[in-house]
Design a protein around this ligand. Structure first.
Ligand SMILES: [Mn+2]
Length: 309
């Protein structure tokens, strides 16, 4: 494992630094690559900002799950990536480094743009078999090409289904609202999966989300499941610091409800992508990303504690 492209502040109490990596059940790893964006670059700086934003979280116990993930967590720092190489080479580097980490830890990857998810899914599929997928995003990411190129940050879901990395029946998209032709916007549904558009979730929170959450749990069952969280699923009011913002998105409260209630699924890993600090205000976006990652980790640690008890 080559690490430390930024070697950021590993002597402070952010959610990675407190423990040595080797024996930890969970690992967080930065993937500082944004060479496949459509619009505004900058997500390569996401990992360092999200780490910094996590400073206060691990001082205490999660208010819903009543655990702290800190003692189970190690920091793999950032992947070393050939940022100027073709996307296919970058993705090979991501997949091979991810495979090493996944062999020892339940991993959370911090992007980076959304093109990193395809190689992360390749590594996860090799380890766990065909995956269920929960995909929070404003964008469907099922375009069959990337503005004339083969691949980019808006094609990976299409490619993951085409490659057989994920089971389309057990693929769920939440928060979708961007422009695009119908064939792309509804691709997952056409393949047998489920799409919960931002419009269909408007004004629903807490108990009003129960029906959707029940449906999602029934669909995924006990399949190994990967979670990918594009921070632009949130309304730009909650997460302005992203490359391709789309007004009319989820609230932080809605996303927290989903993460809390879906925590019982058989998750095998997650990523959080598209945090671009240069467009952020008052660290809103990095704080949100850190809190959601912390919530995911707390939910998974809670399950370990239950198994021990
Ligand atoms: Mn997106």
């Amino acid at each position: 494992m080559t690490i430390g492209q930024f070697a950021y502040a590993s002597n402070t109490n952010h959610f990675l630094a407190a423990q040595a990596l080797v024996s930890q059940a969970f690992a967080v790893c930065g993937v500082p690559f944004d060479g496949a964006v459509t619009n505004r670059p900058g997500a390569r700086f996401g990992p360092q900002e999200i780490r910094r934003a996590s400073l206060m979280l691990c001082d205490g116990i999660h208010p819903y799950f009543n655990v702290s993930p800190l003692e189970y967590l190690g920091d793999a720092e950032d992947m070393r990536l050939p940022n100027a190489s073709p996307l296919v080479q970058v993705r090979d580097a991501i997949a091979s480094q991810a495979a090493l980490l996944m062999a020892k830890h339940h991993c959370v990857f911090i992007g980076g743009d959304h093109s990193i998810t395809l190689p992360l899914l390749r590594a996860a599929k090799a380890r766990y078999g065909k995956l269920a997928l929960i995909h929070f995003d404003a964008h469907c990411d099922t375009w069959a090409d990337h503005f004339g190129e083969m691949s980019g940050h808006g094609t990976w879901t299409y490619e993951a289904i085409q490659e057989g990395l994920v089971d389309p029946i057990r693929t769920v998209q939440i928060g979708i609202r961007s422009s695009g032709d119908r064939a792309a916007r509804e691709y997952v549904q056409d393949q047998g999966g489920a799409i919960y558009t931002a419009r269909s979730l408007r004004g629903k929170d807490g108990e009003a989300l129960a029906a959707a959450i029940f449906e999602i749990k029934a669909r995924i069952g006990d399949s190994p499941c990967y979670l990918t969280l594009d921070i632009d699923c949130l309304d730009p009011a909650f997460a302005p610091g992203t490359g391709t913002p789309e007004p009319g998105g989820l609230t932080s409260a809605q996303l927290l409800t989903f993460l809390e209630e879906l925590a019982t699924l058989q998750f095998v890993g997650m990523d959080c992508v598209e945090v671009a600090p240069a467009y952020d205000h008052a660290e809103l976006t990095s704080q949100a990303a850190a809190a959601f990652i912390w919530t995911y980790l707390s939910g998974q640690v809670k399950k370990i504690n239950i198994e021990k008890a």
